[in-house]
Design a protein around this ligand. Structure first.
Ligand SMILES: *[C@@H]1O[C@H](CO)[C@@H](O)[C@H](O)[C@H]1NC(C)=O
Ligand SMILES: *[C@@H]1O[C@H](CO)[C@@H](O)[C@H](O)[C@H]1NC(C)=O
Length: 567
């Protein structure tokens, strides 16, 4: 941990000194824009199976790599937490649909659990009928409430048996296993699901799963494993898209895309060509790595050049970045009906002008340094600073790089790291307001954005952070075995944006804010009363039956004595 902190401090100092010299402050955030979103713009919230469902070994579900990872011992996850129960979402479908209705969302983005549907990961082995029924019921309940399901096929919870048997995404046979799984989902749910996301944030899957080892499967295959994993993921995505296009699209008329997460990279010194290049490189290694093959047929040139050159310097006779054949390029190009974009924050980027002490790695390949402005607000996770203008720039970048595709924002949101039960999440409200407004400006500029998914519905299991980061509109009391949900102030606020389909005028938007903070203090009192409520529960569940049993016993004894006395 220590070196990281030192480096961070150094970055911040460097940034302060260089920003002072080169920029007169951060880029000006233009004034707030009052206006409406296009008619039919889709508003939603999101979540994922592993983070919320719980019921990790129930009703025929197989283990996932995240079950194995969280069960494997100390130090993998903060507080050694598991997601065995998580939010108990598996048992709370009706309750959670009430929350979605309360938010007035038009869509809900969630993921299917591959090991719940296919316990071994392989369709030919066994399909879990109870899982099919569970997701069928869930989808039907959403539709009954007029909520459109946006369904992610894979959000990181790979079946553990595929990891054991094949080595997960290192193995080329994963491509056909994924295609078979995708096909099953199209077949079972595609009559009602019209928006499919193949993979959610595959960059993090590859980087944290196969390079840093911070995520399941926890491998550290420096500078190679992540590129191999990504290569197979891109091909798997393309196969699923082709399978949909050739077999299901005619009947089902849906859309299949991928969801890519990327922060914005702003050149630290806008007059330095090296910084401008470094920021471009940051974006290409982040978004372009997956988007370029899908939209243009190959990895970004800068990735091919850099990784090729470094591999040669490292004495390898082949680039660590795999190569697509001509046939594969044309097969992969054009396999996305929309671009899913996940976005949270922004970094200043500068060229790294000191030699790296690391061996082959993704970090080393990029040759850049990421910095943050210490003035950016960061109430939540350490990495997540609120920088709304970066969102608009990223949306522009995606528009120009990939030929103005339809874009669904599939993730955007903020966490709070508060352990106390504070429902007045003023900071999330400011974040939402700022980011949604920048998205509105991007739409006015002509970016083709179809929908927005705020992350997320509930506080939930946050991977290596355990339950310490709370992204939810609804607070979940994880210590209570009933996992009760409580609305935070941001529920009221987001709901108002949705209902107005934008920001009508300063007076009204200000009144939303005041109203939201008013209701949260009432909800805080409800939450404070909860321990009392659990206490009452104990009274009814344990004390009452015990007392009753005792009463009956005593009466019986008395009756016996009475009868004896009479005889
Ligand atoms: C890849 O997976 C297959 C099973 O589909 C297995 O037989 C093979 O040994 C795996 N290859 C490697 C290199 O792990
Ligand atoms: C998608 O399917 C349609 C209809 O079958 C076909 O005409 C088209 O060529 C397919 N697209 C690709 C890229 O294969």
């Amino acid at each position: 941990m220590k070196p990281v902190r030192v480096v961070t401090l150094w970055w911040v100092l460097l940034l302060v000194s260089r920003l002072g010299a080169t920029r007169k402050g951060a880029p000006e955030e233009a004034s707030f824009y009052y206006g409406s979103f296009p008619f039919g713009f889709s508003w939603g919230v999101g979540s994922s199976a592993f983070q919320t469902e719980g019921a990790w070994d129930q009703d025929g579900k197989g283990p996932s790599i995240w079950d194995a990872f969280t069960h494997s011992g100390k130090g993998k996850v903060l507080g050694d937490e598991t997601a065995d129960a998580a939010c108990d979402g598996y048992y709370k479908v009706q309750e959670d649909i009430v929350l979605l209705r309360e938010l007035h969302v038009s869509h809900y983005r969630f993921s299917l659990s591959w090991p719940r549907l296919l316990p071994t990961g392989v369709r030919a082995d066994k399909v879990n009928k109870r899982a099919i029924k569970f997701y069928n019921d869930f989808i039907n309940a959403l539709l009954k409430s007029n909520i459109t399901p946006i369904v992610t096929l894979h959000h990181w919870d790979l079946p553990q048996l595929l990891q054991v048997k094949c080595g997960g995404w290192q193995n080329v046979s994963m491509i056909s296993y994924f295609r078979d799984y995708a096909d099953l989902c199209f077949e079972a749910f595609g009559d009602r699901v019209k928006h499919w996301v193949t993979f959610s944030d595959p960059r993090t899957m590859a980087e944290k799963g196969y390079e840093t080892g911070h995520h399941a499967p926890g491998l550290q295959l420096h500078g190679t494993g992540l590129y191999t994993a990504a290569h197979h993921i891109i091909k798997a995505h393309a196969q699923a898209w082709h399978s949909y296009n050739s077999t299901w699209r005619g009947k089902q008329q849906g859309l299949v895309g991928i969801s890519l997460n990327c922060d914005w990279g702003e050149p630290m010194d806008i007059s330095s060509p090296k910084d401008i290049e470094a920021a471009e490189r940051y974006l290409q290694f982040c978004l372009g790595w997956f988007a370029n093959p899908i939209y243009a047929g190959d990895y970004p040139q800068v990735m091919k050049d850099r990784i090729g050159k470094k591999s040669a310097e490292q004495g390898l006779d082949m680039s660590r970045l795999p190569v697509f054949s001509l046939q594969e390029k044309s097969y992969i190009k054009g396999t996305s009906d929309f671009l899913g974009l996940g976005h949270y924050t922004t970094r200043y980027i500068t060229e790294r002008n000191y030699p790296s002490r690391q061996g082959p790695s993704y970090q080393n390949d990029r040759d850049l340094v990421e910095l943050v402005d210490p003035n950016w607000p960061d109430l939540g996770s350490k990495w997540l600073y609120s920088v709304p203008w970066g969102f608009r720039r990223l949306l522009h970048f995606a528009q120009t790089q990939y030929g103005n595709p339809p874009i669904y924002v599939t993730e955007n949101g903020a966490s709070q790291k508060l352990h106390c039960t504070q429902l007045c999440d003023e900071w999330r409200i400011q974040y939402l307001k700022g980011y949604i407004n920048e998205m509105l400006k991007a739409i006015k500029d002509g970016v083709n954005i179809k929908g927005y998914t705020s992350w997320s519905l509930l506080d939930k299991f946050e991977w290596e952070k355990g339950y310490s980061d709370r992204y939810g509109f609804y607070y979940v009391e994880f210590n209570n075995r009933n996992k009760p949900r409580y609305p935070k102030a941001s529920v009221q606020y987001y709901k108002k944006i949705i209902t107005a389909n934008g920001f009508p005028n300063p007076r009204e938007v200000e009144s939303w804010y005041l109203k939201a903070l008013e209701t949260c203090s009432i909800n805080n009192q409800m939450l404070a009363a909860e321990p009392l409520l659990s206490h009452m529960q104990m009274v009814t569940e344990i004390v009452v039956p015990t007392v009753c049993t005792l009463c009956i016993l005593i009466s019986a004894v008395l009756l016996l004595l009475l009868l004896r006395g009479q005889s």
